[in-house]
Design a protein around this ligand. Sequence first.
Ligand code: IVH
Length: 704
Amino acid sequence: MMDKPVEDLTEAEARAELARLAKALTEANTAYHTLDAPEISDADYDALKRRNAALEARFPGLKRPDSPSDMVGAALAPGFGKVAHRVRMLSLENAFAETDVVDFDERVKKFLGLTAVTYTAEPKIDGLSLNLRYEGGRLVQAATRGDGETGEDVTANARTIADIPQRLADAPQVMEVRGEVYMSHADFAALNARQAQRGDKPFANPRNAAAGSLRQLDATITAARPLRFFAYAWGELSEALATTQLAAIARLSDLGFTTNPLTVLCHSPAALMEHYRRIEAQRATLGYDIDGVVYKVDDLALQERLGFRSATPRWAIAHKFPAELAWTRLLAIDIQVGRTGALSPVARLQPVTVGGVVVSNATLHNEDYIAGRNSSGQPIREGKDIRVGDWVQVYRAGDVIPKVADVDLSKRKSDAQPYVFPKICPECGSPAHREPGDSVRRCTGGLICPAQGVERLKHFVSRGAFDIEGLGAKQVELFFNDPDLAVRQPADIFTLAARDAASPLKKLKNRDGFGERSVANLFAAIEARRRIALDRLIFALGIRHVGEVAAGLIARHYATWPAFEAAMAAAEPGNPAWEDLLSIDGVGEVLAQSLVDAFRNPAERAAIDALIAELDVQPVQARSTAASDIAGKTLVFTGTLEKMSRAEAKARAEALGAKVAGSVSARTDLVIAGPGAGSKAKDAQRLGVKIIDEDAWIALAGLS
Ligand code: IVH
């Protein structure tokens, strides 16, 4: 197509050609600027750029947001551009039973100090969420959710979706609309039929098909796949849409968005349940996948007061439909060894369709679960154990890994033997121990266990951690097992390029699946990650109990690597560094001990030191709103608060960047004492900590 004159190209050809040119020029730029290794001559580069400009001149509407004519030289990130969400994209807490819904309503009312709250109820669409940014009524950017803070720029692709307006009349100057991209059952079936015709792999379900279609580097592919969009929320707004959720949705509909017709107002949990059952009854005939019903507090001022937990709003909940079930044969039980040494039994099943997805593996949780006991030794499944060869029931709930739920004893073969859980690690032969009170058996091999080593590396490069483009689970496994590459611990990733350069023969580019360009891209991606934020680093270390949220809290508390490292080295139960660690809201004794243990263990410590020597760790700042007076301070609430619940006070304090602790110590900055304050107020007096009353707190928090 390259030789065809620009004048002769159809619009579709031009679009494809622009995508190809954008890719080629981006790669050339990366090679030139980032790697100092130009791959094409200057003349060829200029020819590509001229052709791109000519195409854009002829088809101005097709100009891509990542157009090479806008490039200023520096290499663009490979793949999709990243978009930092101005307002975080959160997920929802789940409810499964009616009692969860009642509890949700109780919590909301208690938080707000109200006796009744009105909610909206609407289907939970099983697709993927998208943020659409409009400026001056024009669609300027579309981004996926990503990790909630940063998503991928899929603007060119979103423009191909008919349900997404390109222009809005009468919209706020800045308006971000959020909703779900999905594929209808009919379109999904037709797409899979085409896939089969072409000999391509079919998609497992409409959600995967929608995700695969939206995340296409070539927008012409997205355009050929019929995606749809329901709007149900918003991000940044220069002016409010309405004062209630329902009216805001109506406004979105007036602006030209498709909103879900099954959205209603409910004034009680009983009414929510009624709507849930109504939607459930229609589920099979809707023509698109839904996996539950979402309830949201209708009054937007109340939503604002309720605010957020770390990753979910307090004002909404997703009431999920029950899991889908199927029966099949258990062919074998395999043991997988995880990053923390946990031995996890995996059921290998005769493939069976569960809710539209073919399932051949499922989790069996742990050794007690197989034996028919829960973690406190009580019988589950009336005490029935699970044996290889058994007829078992499998279920899927939402995104989670399928589980084995039940077993049919009437179909058990007479010679079936009880399963004997291994007492040594199948990967490294080290003893596998169970600590009292822990239902999990763990390999004691630590870093000598290859399974733990490779799983830790996979975690290290995963999304919330180092997230190195081109270095996923597959490559990690390959590099780990290749004796010449010997990527055995995180530091080895950062020495790989130098070691590869020094090796005269067995270069990475000569290996299967690699070439000059992919290796250059990989090394550039690794290089770029030497600069890493403290929270990502702490999460990446893969220390037991330290998830993404905890890592963020810890990073914001210590701010820099040297401060964090010194604290971990110093902390011991009872000493000030230990107390300081525990003062972080969200850090308990178990997590603290796990952190301290990791820094005490000589092998772990050596691996951490080797890694740090390769990195430039970026400090993290406390997430606080503008210069609030209490940002960075530690507060303690005691006694009764009369104007807001304890939960609301805590949430407000945290939103302003303060920490809320449970007890008063020398590190406390301020105690807010309501009537009936007892020993904590006394402690504060004794320690000379400032004490204020609720009214002073309200003023301080900017609520008066
Ligand atoms: S509201 C702050 N409404 O479910 C919460 N989400 O599990 C904003 N989803 O990430 C989300 N249908 O992708 C909302 N009617 C609906 C939804 C919905 C589907 C998805 C969304 C979200 C996920 C959370």
